[in-house]
Write a new protein. Structure first.
Length: 278
């Protein structure tokens, strides 16, 4: 729904988009392009959380002489920004393939746009692997990383308002004398952080989605700035808030599960190390 609302035409609000997709493509329409993200989500999440934690430890050792020192707000900001920057290397191709697969049945009706030979509404890609190799062969490495600037502008600040609210909320929810927050506090803090992050990043998420969807049947945008200007000129400021509700709502459960899984995994590994240590 998010991709259709942000980069598609004629879907209207969230409910209308839901009904349109279901009517035209049945239940399978809601799962288009999901195999590639599902196959890579473990790698992506481990890189993001690993880079964030490693950067925090590095800054703790550098600034305080103790890698385990409690990170300051500045430390968390730097670590979040580094995690966001590194994540784009994996996230951009994955998002590109997902969006191309989701948008390849999207009809285009603008007369002033030069369409590619493939007829709009006809499938261009047979699956995620075919999509990836087709883009790589026709557009090269630059095609695979289409939308990188927009994704950097989304993810670098996005992870700052992802990890910092999580840490603040966990600290607030942990009673005095307790070493770590309860699983429920972790779940709630992760959900709130996800909703905040996705909500605030929606404007640049719209730009990224449009840039990556561009190229299935047409080439409309020359770059990030051109996409922003064209979108604003054609649809006004409200265009940058398309998919806000979907982003915010889905951000809560996905991030809550992510942080809870991360924290529980860390505890399990630490407990295992303690038990095996002589």
């Amino acid at each position: 729904l998010q991709t259709r609302l942000q980069a598609g035409q004629g879907y209207g609000n969230t409910l209308k988009c839901f009904l349109t997709v279901y009517r035209n493509e049945s239940v399978t329409g809601f799962f288009k392009g999901m195999s590639f993200p599902m196959a890579t989500t473990g790698l992506y999440s481990s890189v993001v959380f690993g880079v964030f934690s490693s950067t925090q430890r590095f800054l703790g050792q550098l600034r305080h002489g103790d890698a385990a020192a409690a990170p300051s707000l500045a430390d968390m900001t730097v670590a979040s920004s580094v995690a966001g920057f590194v994540s784009v290397a994996i996230g951009t191709p994955v998002d590109l393939v997902k969006i191309r697969l989701q948008m390849q049945t999207q009809p285009y009706s603008k007369a002033n746009i030069k369409l590619k030979p493939t007829a709009p509404g006809s499938p261009v890609y047979r699956g995620p692997i075919h999509c990836f190799w087709t883009i790589l062969q026709k557009e090269g490495l630059a095609g695979i990383y289409r939308g990188t600037v927009a994704m950097l502008l989304r993810d670098v600040p996005g992870y700052c308002v992802y990890f910092i609210p999580y840490a603040v909320f966990c600290d607030w929810a942990t009673p005095e004398g307790c070493i770590s927050p309860s699983p429920f506090s972790v779940w709630m803090a992760g959900g709130v952080a996800g909703a905040i992050s996705w909500g605030l990043c929606t404007p640049m998420d719209v730009v990224k989605s449009r840039l990556q969807a561009d190229g299935v049947y047409l080439n409309q945008y020359k770059g990030t700035l051109d996409c922003i200007l064209q979108s604003y000129q054609n649809e006004g400021l409200k265009v940058f808030f398309r998919g806000l509700t979907v982003n915010t709502v889905r951000g809560f459960p996905s991030s809550a599960a992510m942080f809870l899984g991360y924290e529980l995994s860390l505890k399990a590994m630490k407990r295992g190390q303690t038990e095996t240590s002589p």
